[in-house]
Design a protein around this ligand. Sequence first.
Ligand code: SF4
Ligand code: SF4
Length: 413
Amino acid sequence: METHLADWIAHTSQGEEAKAILQRCVHCGFCTATCPTYQVLGDELDGPRGRIYLMKQMLEGGETGPETMLHLDRCLTCRSCETTCPSGVEYGRLLDIGRHAAETRIRRPVGQRLMRGLLREGLTSPLLGPAVKLGRALRPLLPGAIQSKIPLTRPRGELPTRAHARRVLLLAGCVQPAMLPGIDGATQRVLDRLGISSMVAAGSGCCGAIRQHLADPDGAKEQARMNVDAWWPMVASGEVEAIVVNASGCTVMVKDYAHLLQDDVEYAPRAQRITELVKDPIELLEPLTDEIRKKVLAKSNTRVAYHAPCTQQHGLRIRGTVERLLVALGAQSLAVSDSHLCCGSAGTYSLLQPALSTTLRDRKLEALQAESPSVILSANVGCIAHLAGAAKVPVMHWLEWLDERLALEAEDA
Ligand code: SF4
Ligand code: SF4
């Protein structure tokens, strides 16, 4: 698409990047068919091609208003459109630029500004943990809609104390340790049984995704720098072989640090090294499949429906790998229709767009539960908590499932 950017963005690095992306789009519309919001709403402006048009219009200095904001807000950032696009349009990067531009040029109503500010600060605050505990204690007294947002906890459990030659870092995170601490406990135990020590560096915290997706790129960069500083001594000394991030939404974000901090002369080289070291847990465990199989009860023929988070399948481009491991361990991995579509969780989307989010969740659960699984597994805390709010069967991280299998084997040994 021919693009002539407005003066206010034309000669900036964001402008150059947006222009290059816009020029790759040939406007074919293939992406529209795989866009969840287009499928629900049927409006061209609620599909990727329509949103690309709106962003182009804004970046070229054309008419921009609340309607632009509305359609950009309804985007899940699932990046299903990127997977479909035959021209390699990096829609996710364009959306980050477009959202930031919209935020600076279009004034939101005061209620929206308050809500978004509350989410930005609240979800990344150390007070989130105590707030979730209080919510859990009051859960029976709360209305059903709020109850479904507070998942029942699985305790973190005992953490391993053995030291191994292989060592990795774990992301400290923000929402996950507060909402579902069992995931981090399970991750550490699974790695320990496979001869890998894992540790959380003091001073590391949220990956920055919440701020990035709420159009606060400066806040996201600040959080990225904090993590780089916290991890660097162990990375520089070669003590750790990888940084394992067990929530795929955060994995995508940390893998993007090189891009996020590319203009920061002081941090760019270190951010590049961090990006190279980040791994989704399946990337670390897949090569150990035979070893895991020897430790796990092969007779456990669990009927599993795996929900591949968008951040894993479209962001990290990891597809089918977790399912293959589950099958290798004796599980029956059930077919899930429209597995490329988002479950509607999408970070803070379920709180900001509740109606669309609930429709997508219900459609996803229908697909996941069609073959009567005994458990639904996934790889991202947001999807797990969102689906668990209405699922008929337990929903957990695949590492929690694996932790249980390894524990059963240890008891039998
Ligand atoms: S983003 Fe890709 S698939 Fe969508 S209209 Fe543009 S070129 Fe076609
Ligand atoms: S990121 Fe997802 S919701 Fe947004 S336009 Fe692309 S496919 Fe549609």
